[in-house]
Ligand binder design. Structure first.
Ligand SMILES: [Zn+2]
Length: 158
């Protein structure tokens, strides 16, 4: 069982990131802990409160997604439909906050492709975004954006 995680971005005065246990557990189910397991991923949904991001939902990989050991291509349309459904059902409060995917490494780090993809998303949206990479032991890389720069968060305790 996971506990919710609270992260602080590199600027202490800026908002925090809270990821609930449920999305973490969904991502845990896709660890690449054996050679045959491909990368998988999805989108992150939740609430924006000022600069704070509260992730309550991670979308599961969709049938139309394509995953290889070192690459993952998301079916944008299917994940957008999931986002839209939650947005309507929540009276337009649950927003698209970012993306997650797995890496076949214990301590994940963003690749050059990840960073350029994320920059593209940040350019398209004029809002703070969150990006998560899940390693095969449950260790996460998490970052939030400031403009088009994505910076690593550090875990904080209450
Ligand atoms: Zn990656």
């Amino acid at each position: 069982m996971r506990s919710p995680l609270v992260w602080q971005g590199p600027i202490p005065s800026a908002g925090r990131l809270l990821i609930e246990a449920e999305p973490l557990e969904l991502m845990d189910r896709h660890w690449q802990d054996s050679v045959g397991k491909p990368e998988s991923g999805g989108i992150l949904l939740g609430y924006r409160r000022g600069d704070h991001l509260h992730v309550t939902i991670a979308s599961a990989p969709q049938k139309a997604d394509r995953g290889w050991r070192y690459q993952f291509v998301r079916s944008a349309r299917h994940h957008q439909e999931i986002a839209l459904r939650h947005w309507h059902a929540s009276d337009q409060k649950i927003d698209y906050l970012g993306e997650w995917h797995t890496h076949p490494e214990c301590q994940p780090n963003p690749s050059a492709t990840d960073l350029s993809e994320w920059r593209k998303i940040c350019r398209q949206r004029e809002a703070r975004m969150v990006f998560v990479i899940m390693g095969w032991g449950g260790e996460l890389w998490t970052g939030v954006s400031r403009g088009v720069i994505v910076e690593r968060c550090t875990e904080i305790s209450f």
